[in-house]
Design a protein. Structure first.
Length: 203
């Protein structure tokens, strides 16, 4: 069976992108990374892609008249490469229906909290400020809302009484880098099914 063709969207350091690349290189992930999409051409993730030999679509949003305009261009790139799954891995832009609708059920995101708690930006800081004893990581389908799509998988991370945002982030990011490739592999093996808000994983 042919490898699942994926595109990764990222905006920053690219540690989750790197985790995917490493899993592919180690033979743990049966996908082909067709493209990195990045809205910040100078971001470190773009250099990670270059070193990994992954093609990039780098763009500056303010050079376009609207979100829909650059998303239309991105869709053309994805379709040209036969991309079957979009993986949002630290992509810090709001996504419109232009991109969501044609890829619904084929676009996933990783979020640094146990959704539906602490959606949006800085899920780690939100959890710490609220005083929860348990937070974690969620991989979910993207539905156009703010981290509101059907949940595929979650991993809990305990919050210590002396945690800082930095120390908690370190453990959250480690959990992200383990969970995201494993969920992508489940999808590549066709073991994940979506029915309304309910996701079933066949073991």
């Amino acid at each position: 069976m042919a490898s699942l063709r994926i595109a990764v969207f990222a905006s920053g350091q690219g540690t989750n992108f790197q985790a995917i690349v490493d899993a592919v290189q180690e033979g743990k992930l049966d996908v082909t990374i067709e493209l990195l999409v990045c809205d910040k051409p100078a971001a470190p993730v773009a250099e990670r892609a270059r070193k990994a030999g992954v093609d990039t679509f780098l763009f500056t949003p303010k050079e376009y008249p609207s979100r829909e305009a650059y998303e239309t261009e991105i869709i053309a790139e994805l379709q040209r490469r036969g991309v079957e799954l979009i993986v949002l891995a630290g992509y810090m832009r709001i996504i419109t229906s232009v991109l969501v609708e044609p890829f619904y059920g084929r676009m996933i995101n990783i979020h640094p909290a146990l959704l539906p708690a602490f959606p949006g930006v800085n899920g780690i800081g939100q959890a710490l400020a609220y005083g929860v004893k348990l937070t974690g990581v969620t991989v979910h389908y993207v539905d156009g809302g703010m981290d509101s799509g059907p949940i595929i998988a979650q991993v809990p991370v305990e919050v210590a009484s002396d945690d800082t945002e930095s120390s908690l982030a370190e453990r959250i990011h480690a959990a992200e880098q383990a969970l995201l490739p494993s969920v992508i592999q489940l999808i590549a093996e066709n073991r994940v099914s979506l029915d309304g808000r309910h996701v079933t994983i066949r073991r």
